[in-house]
Design a protein around this ligand. Structure first.
Ligand code: PMP
Length: 457
């Protein structure tokens, strides 16, 4: 029991009264009953400790109950929790100024929301108003949110309902150089290359050209001659850390702009230093978006999202009255502000680069050792390990087998995530404060779980 309630009763209530009679969202056959967290650690109600390598879906980026963030929250709680942006209060100015100091010109105007879906909704609305166009394009496998508007853009069937949510939304082939029809060993920017052979010549990536052709085909078949926006995650999250050929986003942005569209970078999972080499994922592609959206790690798990754009786009949007009750309240801003400070003070971006690269290189050794590991990829602490039946067919490892391995990894004390359109990719997106020892423990657990699976098979 926990505080007088049995586990059975908790599950019963969860099934009957939470999220509509489904346990689909819980990952494990033996569910985890979590009640406490500190930094990269979580404890269940029986006192067992887990290394959290998924951070509540890349959200608790600075660690659970991070003392610095907690202190900022506590301090603000004693003064003022909420007031509306109809008043001027110091926290929102302080935060906006600090946030834009991390962004290049002309991305200097901030709108604060409460979630990533809300941020993306707002970004799409802005793009439609600013361009006078309606259609939006994204990449297959992408996740941009669960609101009716974003359900249309999110290109993963698992998150779709049969309602007319997709007006004006379409997608193009995901330039996935591992699972897609074209790709190769040097096509993407990762410390670890794919096992697929590369037919490219230096400076000219054939895979990139082919995926760009696909986007041109979408322009020729699925939208009018002008569009409002192109949405792209710099590195897919829910899609399973899918990385694109090196020049893909740069060329896609150019084509989108030729069609009158704005380029929107969804940094909900990739922002705030997680990729290690850069503060924002778009910088790893050497592009400059017109609008950037953020959430998750922005406030270390406190509900918050943001849209940042240029003065010019903001001016069009100012024609109407945009209002958000909670967006940018003093508590959220104080927390988010301490997140920015802590990333800098504790050198967390640098830590992502060092520990992430170590993890990637060591995971690649497991890929070479096991027939069922097809691909290891990512940047910094945004990592995917795509599982296959065998390396000859590259067929996705079935969900039941994935679940078995995931459960085994959990039973050995490590929590990771799952993604990919077939649920075939393990995801490692831990708090950015993990150490090399944590990485090595994770590697040992992975090795054991894969060995256990191969022995059972
Ligand atoms: N964009 C991306 C890239 C995401 O991963 C998510 C959440 N998984 C969202 C948007 C939506 O964020 P939220 O759940 O806060 O609405």
């Amino acid at each position: 029991t926990y505080q007088g309630m049995s586990k059975e009763r908790m599950l019963e209530i969860r099934k009957m009264n939470c999220n509509g009679m489904t346990m689909k969202v819980t990952y494990y056959k033996e569910p985890l009953f979590i009640h406490r967290g500190f930094m990269q650690w979580l404890w269940d109600v029986d006192g067992s400790r887990y290394l959290d390598m998924f951070a509540g879906v890349a959200t608790v980026s600075l660690g659970h109950c991070n003392p610095k963030v907690m202190k900022a929250a506590q301090k603000q709680l004693l003064h003022l929790w909420h007031t509306s942006a109809i008043y001027v209060y110091p926290q929102i100015q302080e935060y906006a100024e600090k946030l834009v100091s991390h962004l290049p010109e002309p991305l200097k105007v901030v709108y604060l929301t409460n979630s990533g879906s809300e941020a993306n909704d707002l970004a799409l609305l802005m793009a439609r108003l600013h361009t006078g166009n309606f259609d939006a394009i994204t990449l297959r496998g992408s996740y941009h949110g669960g609101s009716p508007l974003m359900m249309g853009l999110t290109s993963n069937t698992a998150y779709k309902y049969p309602v007319p949510s997709s007006l004006g939304c379409c997608n193009t082939m995901c330039p996935d150089v591992f699972r897609g029809p074209w790709g190769g060993s040097h096509c993407r920017d990762s410390p670890v290359q794919t096992l697929r052979e590369c037919s490219c010549t230096p400076g000219q990536c054939q895979a990139n050209d082919k995926y760009i052709e696909q986007l041109k085909e979408v322009f020729a078949t699925s939208v009018p001659n002008r569009i409002a926006a192109f949405f792209g995650e710099p590195l897919q999250g829910v899609g399973g850390a899918v990385q694109y050929p090196k020049n893909f986003l740069k060329e896609a942005y150019k084509l989108v702009r030729e069609k009158g569209g704005l380029c929107i970078a969804d940094e909900v999972q990739t922002g705030f230093g997680r990729t290690g080499s850069h503060y924002w994922g778009f910088q790893t592609h050497n592009v400059l978006p017109d609008i950037v959206t953020m959430a998750k790690g922005i406030a270390n798990g406190f509900p918050m999202g943001a849209v940042v754009t240029s003065k010019e786009i903001a001016r069009t949007f100012a024609e109407g009255l945009h209002f958000n009750t909670y967006g940018g309240n003093p508590l959220a801003c104080s927390i988010a502000s301490s997140v920015l400070d802590t990333i800098k003070e504790d050198k967390l971006q640098e830590n992502c680069a060092v520990v992430g690269t170590h993890l990637l290189k060591e995971l690649a050794k497991l890929r070479d050792k096991y027939e069922i590991v097809g691909d290891v990829r990512g940047k910094g602490l945004h990592i995917g390990m795509e599982m296959v039946k065998d390396k000859a067919s590259l067929a996705p490892l079935p969900p039941g087998d994935m679940a078995e391995i995931l459960e085994d990894i959990k039973d050995m004390g490590v929590l990771i995530g799952k993604g990919g359109i077939y649920g075939q990719t393990f995801r490692i997106q831990p708090p950015m404060c993990i150490t090399k020892d944590d990485a090595n423990f994770t590697l040992a657990v992975f090795d054991q779980a894969l060995q256990n699976y191969m022995e059972r098979r």
